[in-house]
Write a protein that binds this ligand. Structure first.
Ligand code: ZN
Ligand code: MN
Length: 258
């Protein structure tokens, strides 16, 4: 038994109750099962959101809930598209319900400070909606003090870090799917799960600034990645983990006045 783990599912229930008893905070990682090219596994967004949340939790003594493993549908302009076999997604209504249920469930435990740590671009708005519906429902039943913060970890990588890590130019977080950001973090945290010899060194994908349904598969590069991971390194991953987790910890401390 790991009584000092930050991960809720590794704790016994008695230790968990102690940790949340006095204004405890719960961080809920939100990932996806999604292809990440030939060089990385499909659970990258789950691993990275959970590990990011773990790093934040260590700094501000929060508990990390078991992650939301499946995510909203991969979109062509940010994840290659849901047509790529392997990518396994939930409907938007389902993500909304999960976010709402979990918020209500932790409220029932007495938790009033929740952070969603998102690791999959397409999840964000559905998590937002689920949280909004939960807060509305809680207010109706007399719970007025629930506060939830929603964060996507890449939003905490500042401009100085971007120019430091992307000297050859930065194409934007949407095209980072399977690229330098995620691959560097995986090389730092889970090196055995990355095969750099299988990286497809492609130029950044050129996609229209609109969506078409059903998708035109030919717009997605064959690798399923939207930019090249060739410049990814474990050192960059270490910097990204430190800066993003420190930024998220600071935001949560500010919001919850810790
Ligand atoms: Zn990803
Ligand atoms: Mn994703």
């Amino acid at each position: 038994m790991l009584r000092n783990s930050v991960y809720m599912e590794e704790l016994d229930a008695f230790t968990y109750r102690e940790k949340i008893a006095d204004e405890g905070m719960v961080l809920i990682p939100a990932g996806a099962i999604e292809q990440h090219g030939p060089h990385m596994p499909m659970n990258v967004d789950v691993l990275l959101s959970r590990t990011m949340a773990g790093a934040v939790a260590q700094e501000i003594s929060a508990v990390v809930a078991a992650p939301i493993v499946y995510g909203y549908k991969s979109q062509q302009r940010s994840g290659g598209g849901s047509h790529l076999t392997g990518t396994t997604s939930l409907d938007g209504a389902t993500i909304i319900d999960i976010a709402k249920s979990l918020t209500l469930e932790f409220a029932d435990h007495g938790v009033r400070r929740i952070g969603f740590v998102n690791g999959h671009f397409e999840n964000y708005q559905f998590l937002y909606e689920g949280v909004d519906l939960a807060i509305r429902e809680l207010k109706k039943s007399g719970v007025e003090d629930m506060k939830v913060v929603l964060l996507s970890y890449w939003d905490f990588v500042d401009d100085a870090t971007i120019s430091e890590l992307y000297p050859e130019g930065f194409t934007g977080w949407d095209l980072e799917h399977g690229g330098v950001l995620e691959t560097s973090l995986m090389l730092h945290l889970y090196p055995g799960m990355v095969d750099m010899s299988r990286v497809d060194d492609i130029p950044p994908a050129t996609l229209p600034n609109y969506d078409v349904l059903p998708v035109r598969p030919e717009l997605t590069p064959d690798s399923g990645c939207l930019s090249s991971a060739a410049n990814a390194t474990a050192e960059k991953g270490e910097i990204l983990l430190k800066r993003a987790s420190a930024g998220m910890a600071e935001a949560l401390q500010n919001e919850f006045r810790m």
